[in-house]
Design a protein around this ligand. Structure first.
Ligand code: NDP
Length: 314
């Protein structure tokens, strides 16, 4: 069987993956991007992006990602709508398998698989997934026009989602487990000034209530008094943080306690020579598109240097 050879294989298609691809393509590394399950990454499920330099009027996440993709393709990047299912980093070239069963030998790999939304872990959450439970207000908010909904979480994402939903919905509960928000001051002020958002402090979601038609309520417990109460609503949006997408690599690549890829010093180098990491998958602190893009650039530059210094004989 013919095994395809790829010089620079990039896993993930968010700002990190595409920036790595732009740099790698311009350096003649013939990169191939495997888009993964969520083509375009997390920005395709967010609202307007107002803090990415170069867009004075802001830009929709989906639009920015299609522009990044087009820019990478302009320099010869090949983008494949597929996921990687196996990666063997025990020797170079690395043996990679795709979801369609194709076998690839990669001279170098840039991991830019990002992070995914976290869930509460309630049975009812799984049961009503897509029937009133969502982790993306931009994707699903439209279905709750003039309804009552809740957002779970107290970070920037939760506040952003609550503000977004308040434009569509009749009322938004922001369910916060402590007596303060983790979100930035600016985001907090926006929430407090919004009459349609009611913050429920010290509130732990115990159960998502519903029937055959989907969600119709949320049971919350007050962590101070222990009292529970049911709120009538039609939709529950989870915004309690993210998990790095590193399951595929965890046996081989060194991770930190939260599962993020550890990189050496200030580089994008992992513990495996020839494997680099960029973006949210290695960044527990900043997790911003611009930072991810910057780290994608670093990964491509590190990769280029590595390939020059470590050629594989034909
Ligand atoms: P965060 O980790 O910042 O916040 C998660 C929130 O969910 C916290 O309030 C946390 O509570 C709460 N939480 C976690 N687990 C549970 C649970 N089991 N039950 C109830 N609540 C829970 O994640 P975000 O996604 O909000 O933000 C991630 C990063 O992205 C941050 O750095 C943020 O600043 C950034 N960001 C920036 C934006 C912007 O600038 N426009 C927009 C969105 C995100 P607790 O506080 O008690 O731990």
């Amino acid at each position: 069987m013919n095994t395809e050879k790829i010089k620079c294989l990039i896993i993930g298609s968010g700002p990190a993956g595409y920036t790595a691809a732009i740099y790698a393509a311009r350096a003649d590394l013939n990169p191939v991007v495997f888009e993964g399950m969520q083509a375009g990454g997390q920005l395709t499920i967010t609202t307007e992006i107002e803090n990415f330099p170069g867009y004075p009027e802001g830009v929709a996440g989906t639009e920015m990602m299609s522009q990044l993709k087009a820019q990478a393709e302009r320099f010869g990047t090949e983008v494949r709508p597929e996921s990687i299912t196996k990666a063997d980093f025990s020797h170079r070239p690395f043996a990679i398998e795709t979801e369609s069963g194709a076998n690839i030998l990669a001279e170098s790999v840039i991991i830019a698989t990002g992070a995914s939304a976290r869930w509460l872990g309630l049975e009812s959450e799984q049961k009503f997934m897509g029937q009133g439970v969502s982790a993306c207000a931009t994707c699903d908010g439209f279905f709750y026009k003039n309804q009552v909904v809740a957002v779970i979480g107290g970070g920037d994402t939760a506040c952003e989602e609550a503000s977004y939903l308040s434009k569509i919905c009749k009322k938004v509960y922001l369910v916060v487990r402590r007596d303060e928000l983790r979100a930035s001051k600016a985001m907090q002020e926006r929430v407090f000034a919004n009459e349609k958002i009611e913050v429920l402090w010290n509130s732990k979601p115990n159960e998502i209530l519903g029937d055959a038609d989907g969600v119709n309520g949320l049971r919350i417990e007050n962590s101070k008094s222990g009292e529970t109460k049911d709120i009538e609503l039609m939709g529950v949006f989870l915004a309690i943080g993210h998990k790095p997408n590193t399951d595929l690599f965890k046996e081989q690549i060194e991770l930190d306690a939260q599962g993020y890829i550890k990189t050496l010093d200030k580089s994008s180098k992992t513990n495996i020579e020839g494997v680099f990491a960029a973006g949210d998958v290695m960044d527990p602190s900043y997790r911003q598109a611009i930072v991810a893009a910057g780290s994608g650039c670093k990964a491509a530059m590190d990769c280029e240097r590595f390939l020059i210094e470590n050629p594989i004989a034909e």
